[in-house]
Design a protein around this ligand. Structure first.
Ligand code: F6P
Length: 464
């Protein structure tokens, strides 16, 4: 294999450039060319196939900086529909015309789902990325536990449900223990929790901090490093009465409470809390509130104004309970040492998988007590259920203590290998040197896109 294509698909993470860098460094050693495909799969729907040669003369281009967040080749949420054979034919023809003999997709579960039809035409592998940490398996047999249930209300006529598990959960058996991007996102969310605390303490407030993660609670769980009082994860529906009592107990004691909630938390019927409360905006449009808003509304209603007025701690429940969403800051900025180091190894492994002829495979980050962290290759089909679908990994319930509403002992054992040394000295030093650099005030931001644009080449020139 002499030329490989690489693309980044789905929501960005801080570690994408590090993965690309790792792939390019390995390709340099193996004398393989790497073309970066611009804006994920979107590039392949464009007859001009905008691309960048990332290692001319087997040297990485200077714009490829593994310490910079985001992706220099851009990303999109476009995917290849396996039903659209005509589009697939075009995609294949374009890649071949570009001389690409193998493809690395850096993506999450959605990308892996869409990868199979391409892998049937061209050797294709996945290097994982996601801040949600939901690409992987809690144990190898997990995909077999999915069953389809007939559902007339569903567009497809069925929905998926998990059958009872007969597997013993063991941290050493996790497939893809952690994903590049996750550690940095947790760094941002835990720092946010830590910072909100002092405001909550000073003003006698109850803070609800919403973190991302879709339907997986890993980000919320690991935000425990910021020492919130309560963590709510999508995998466990909170008992709202008990929660309100707990909040009052903590508030009586310390005059402030900090709650972290995952954006996908559900009620006891499994309905997303965030999707439940609807209000109208000034134009009369329906606005779906998020999880934190919905939780706040419930706590306001259950705790009531009198509770706050009684001890002159606040005028009303509405004033005393506030929300903050950590939002997209979790996806941005400089990747931590942990993410950079393992992202690079996974990128390199993806190149090796292609050169070893491992089509339709995934580079995974494994961890066990004897070997620590190490990368490996895993067949993509082993992530699929019996109908061929890949499901986002949920946080295993044993990682969460549903009484204490915090990580369980096992949850702590899970988190420690990732986070104990996740921050490199240079990560903090970088902030010290760059954030308040005098030039930041006078010089405009120079976007990587401006530089990369000068390197973009096309398969076909536009008609004059
Ligand atoms: O999957 C990554 C993620 O950041 C989720 O945590 C979040 O729900 C979603 O993407 C946000 O997507 P968008 O940037 O398209 O709003």
């Amino acid at each position: 294999m002499k030329r490989i294509g690489i693309l980044t698909a789905g929501g960005d993470t801080p570690a994408l450039n590090a993965t690309i860098h790792g792939a390019v460094m390995r390709a340099n050693q193996l004398k393989v060319e790497i073309y970066g495909l611009i804006k994920g799969f979107n590039c392949l729907f464009n007859p001009r196939v905008p691309h960048v040669h990332l290692n001319p003369l087997y040297q990485e281009i200077p714009e490829l900086d593994p310490t910079k967040g985001g992706t220099l080749i851009g990303s999109s949420r476009d995917f290849v529909d396996p039903e659209q054979k005509g589009v697939l034919d075009l995609v294949e023809a374009r890649l071949r015309k570009l001389g690409i003999e193998g493809l690395i997709c850096i993506g999450g579960d959605g990308t892996l789902n869409g990868l199979q039809p391409i892998a049937e035409r061209l050797p294709t592998v996945l290097a994982p990325k996601t801040i949600d940490n939901d690409l992987g398996l809690n144990y190898p047999s997990e995909p077999d536990e999915w069953v389809r249930v007939k559902d007339a209300s569903d567009r497809q006529g069925f929905h998926y449900r998990r059958a009872e598990s007969s597997a013993v959960f063991d941290l050493d058996q996790i497939v893809n223990y952690a994903t590049p991007g996750f550690a940095t996102a947790v760094f941002v969310s835990a720092s946010g929790v830590d910072r909100i605390r002092t405001t909550a303490e000073s003003h006698r407030r109850i803070a609800i901090i919403e973190v991302m993660g879709r339907h997986s609670g890993y980000l919320a769980l690991a935000s425990a490093y910021g020492r919130p009082d309560i963590i709510l994860v999508p995998e466990h529906a909170p008992d709202l009465e008990a929660l309100a009592e707990r909040v009052k107990h903590l508030y009586d004691l310390q005059k402030n409470v900090v709650i972290v909630c995952g954006e996908g938390i559900v009620d006891d019927q499994g309905r997303e809390l965030g999707a439940e409360t609807k209000s109208t905006d000034p134009a009369g449009n329906l606005v779906l509130s998020g999880a934190a808003e919905a939780l706040r509304a419930k706590l306001i209603q259950m705790i009531g104004d009198r509770y706050f007025q009684l001890y002159r701690r606040g005028e009303s429940a509405r004033e005393s309970i506030f929300i903050r969403k950590v939002g997209h800051t979790q996806r941005g900025g400089r990747p931590l040492l942990f993410d950079r180091f393992y992202a690079a190894q996974l990128g390199a492994k993806a190149v090796e998988l292609l050169l070893e002829g491992r089509n339709n495979a995934v580079a995974v980050l494994q961890h066990n007590a004897t070997k620590g962290f190490h990368v490996d290759g895993y067949d993509a089909n082993r992530f699929r259920d019996r109908w061929g679908l890949i499901h986002a990994r949920k946080m295993h319930p044993s990682l969460y203590d549903s009484k204490l509403l915090k990580p369980s002992k096992m949850g702590m054992d899970y988190l420690r290998p990732i986070f104990t040394d996740a921050i490199g000295e240079d990560d903090m030093e970088h902030t010290r040197r760059t954030l308040f650099a005098a030039g930041n005030l006078s010089q405009p931001y120079h976007s990587i896109n401006t530089d990369v644009h000068k390197r973009i080449r096309y398969l076909e020139q536009e008609a004059p």
